[in-house]
Design a protein around this ligand. Structure first.
Ligand SMILES: [Zn+2]
Length: 386
């Protein structure tokens, strides 16, 4: 059986949810569940699944200079914006300054993209490697959830060769809140990165099966914590399995570079948005929270939170390396909990206070150097997590 989402099943569910949405007196929460699923179905049914369909749409877009952007598309853009960005997560100057400090500690100019050696990768290899990895963690809770995706070809879509998607991606995870199902998509490029990409999307699924986090009940922006932690562990696992050392080293560098690039890129974007703001004639254009908050876009904020997520995941990874049980129990607790949108996110209960995160952020980049982690922070991490 090929690994492919079942379009007719998705269409059926879409129909069902559309009908349910017509019901009167839906509670806010019920409505949010339904709308979240509806958005997921729309995304799944319209995402680079049929090559010809994509091209046709694209040509139409080009001829009409986007005027013909389908009404339907606009509707779903608005819905996505409503669900993701109109929740008003707590953000004060203090927290924003902390996020900027983290980004500043990490930001680096990374020159070139890493290119991987082409190898033959079969779907079976990808799935088996990921299965063995999740088994090796030694936690049946996580493993069982991994199998719900890895053993179900209709939940794990493996695309052979890159086809033009809406945007460049190596994978995506889409969740159905109503039917409590995680759908993963991994794009196969025939190199070692394919293994990591698929394994990463499966982890998003495990996270969803641990707790369906509703946008209104959860601080938006920390969904990469479990996946980024698992990326580190997975790369280490591949190394132990004897995969090509050179290629493993590239995965490690890519892992470090990504966060460094994201931090640099995000700070640049924030600066550009500040300079563009003509209403603000103040001369002080330094990147302080007070200056930044006036022009901070949702996208930049989301990226700042992703940077914090990267640092948290690095901390969890090191906890795991020091003490597997503590690392795993923090990871599971993280996946099961909501992060309240009404207060400043605080990860002290995972041994990761702001202070620890700031000191960890200065260490981002050492993973690919294969050096031992600095002992001072390591001790802080261990003491705090007890
Ligand atoms: Zn991800």
């Amino acid at each position: 059986m090929t690994n492919k989402w079942n379009r007719s099943e998705i269409k059926q569910r879409q129909k069902y949810v559309m009908e349910r949405l017509k019901t009167e007196n839906l509670s806010e929460k019920e409505k949010e569940l339904l709308e979240s699923s509806l958005l997921s179905y729309y995304n799944m049914l319209n995402m680079g699944i049929s090559k010809s369909k994509y091209y046709i749409k694209n040509i139409v877009d080009k001829i009409s200079h986007n005027k013909l952007k389908l009404q339907e598309e606009n509707k779903y853009d608005a819905l996505a914006h409503k669900l993701l960005f109109e929740q008003n997560n707590y953000l004060d100057e203090d927290y924003l300054q902390f996020l900027l400090d983290l980004a500043n500690n990490i930001a680096k100019n990374i020159p070139e993209d890493i290119s991987f050696k082409t190898i033959n990768v079969s779907n079976k290899d990808l799935i088996e490697t990921s299965k063995n990895f999740y088994k090796s963690l030694g936690d049946s809770n996580i493993y069982d959830k991994a199998l719900m995706i890895l053993d179900n070809p209709q939940r794990l879509y493996i695309l052979n060769n890159k086809i033009p998607l809406m945007y460049e991606t190596s994978g995506i995870n889409i969740n159905d809140y109503v039917f409590a199902e995680a759908y993963c998509l991994a794009v196969k490029n025939n190199n070692l990165m394919d293994y990591q990409a698929l394994n990463h999307e499966v982890m998003h699924g495990i996270d969803f099966y641990s707790n369906k986090k509703l946008y209104s009940e959860n601080y938006y922006g920390f969904h990469e914590v479990p996946t980024y932690m698992i990326d580190y562990l997975f790369i280490d696992y591949l190394e132990k399995q004897g995969f090509d050392k050179n290629e493993i080293q590239k995965l490690k560098e890519q892992k470090d570079n990504y966060l460094q690039k994201l931090a640099r890129f995000t700070l640049n974007e924030i600066r550009i948005d500040m300079l563009r703001n003509k209403d603000d004639l103040k001369k002080d254009k330094s990147l302080t929270a007070q200056n930044v908050k006036k022009t901070l876009s949702n996208e930049s904020l989301k990226q700042l939170l992703e940077i914090e997520s990267g640092v948290i995941s690095f901390g969890l990874y090191y906890q795991f390396k020091q003490n597997k049980d503590i690392g795993l129990s923090h990871l599971k607790k993280f996946m099961q909990s909501n992060i309240s949108p009404n207060e400043r996110p605080n990860f002290e209960k995972y041994g990761l206070s702001d202070e620890v995160l700031l000191s960890l952020s200065k260490e981002i980049g050492i993973y690919s150097n294969n050096v031992n982690y600095n002992i001072e922070t390591k001790d802080t991490l261990n003491n705090k997590s007890r």
